[in-house]
Design a protein around this ligand. Sequence first.
Ligand code: PLP
Length: 407
Amino acid sequence: MSRHDPERAMTGIRREFGEHGGVCMSIERSSTFTVMKPGTMPEIFEGIRGPDKGGCFLYSRHFNPTNDVLARQLAAMEHTEYATTTASGMAAVSCALLQLCQQGDHIVSSDTIYGGSHALMAETLPAMGVRTTFVDPADTAAFAKAIRPETKVLYTEVLANPTLKVSDIPALAALAHERGCKLVIDNTFTPLCFSPAELGADVVVYSMTKFINGASDVIAGAICASRSFVYELMDLHTGRVMLLGPTMDPRVAFDISQRLPHLPLRMKEHSRRALAIARRLEEIGAPVCYPGLESHPQHARYEETCNREYGFGGMLTLDCKTTDKANELMDRLQNVERFGLIAVSLGYFDTLMSCSGSSTSSEIAPEDQAKMGLSPGLLRIAVGYTGTFDDRVAQIERSVKAVGLVD
Ligand code: PLP
């Protein structure tokens, strides 16, 4: 089977010119749209017409032309029929799950996911009658064992936040479909590196706040899926995106669309630098974890299922064992070496660092953190691409030695 080429798909889609032939598209800011013939409006409400069913826009919480350009670019990149944009990654996760699950339904989820997604499934959804069983993301058999008659969704991140375990997407897709479930994948850590829909996922969600936008200046999300699922989400009477209303501002859609053409270059450079840093850290004996290292337990699985030209991604971890040691290292990296910034999030051009257990995974109880292999001193590093390559490697090497993480 020839692999889908996300970069080619992104450049191959119809070019949107601006209103006066501008090389950039125009931003459509109207909240509402004129319907030229009165008979068309009921057809839009019935779902017979939409932007790709007769070209008719109604209201910007439904479809908006600028958001729709970005959605179509994302769908091309993801190899899905269609997509919709949302105001945040959490909106994408929650709307997708609420569309797929009703009261009494059940989800089997990876236990190692972004803390907000974990809290949604552990705390918020149970109050609506939707329960979740959490399992090890690297263990497909554990997913199979946890499936019940009422299970509707299997959920995981390609690369687990923050332990970087790799899920077996083709095996999970086969399992989901055999048992009548949908596979929902969060691909936030690995855009382009993975094409989960091509590997069998039904729904791919993103926090575009991260690598896809790449500038840490907007909060944004996306749901990429079949045309029928996107129309379900946008159904005027029942759709979760339509009714919960996490609408993207079209100015944000414009900004992200302008940055999408250099996402392939950025991902390759994030990956190149992260791999070099991880290799050097491993050479000097530092406790580093990175899927590009042969020592990573799912290195082979990653290699077999990824789009190789984009590498192993920009995320690595260093297990400093204690929070104090992780803080000492971050302090040195930011305030002495100027290697990166102590900040949550990822996918920025500068390196961002945080101690996951006490920040983005703090929603997860300490005993559950221990169960999923998250040590209190796990330092998550989202490797950026500013500064010279050699300086960055030297800075981190000096720092891990200075704090006594290696001799
Ligand atoms: N998914 C993952 C893997 C994340 O890391 C995050 C945020 O850190 C989210 C979803 C939520 O995204 P947002 O902050 O854009 O709502």
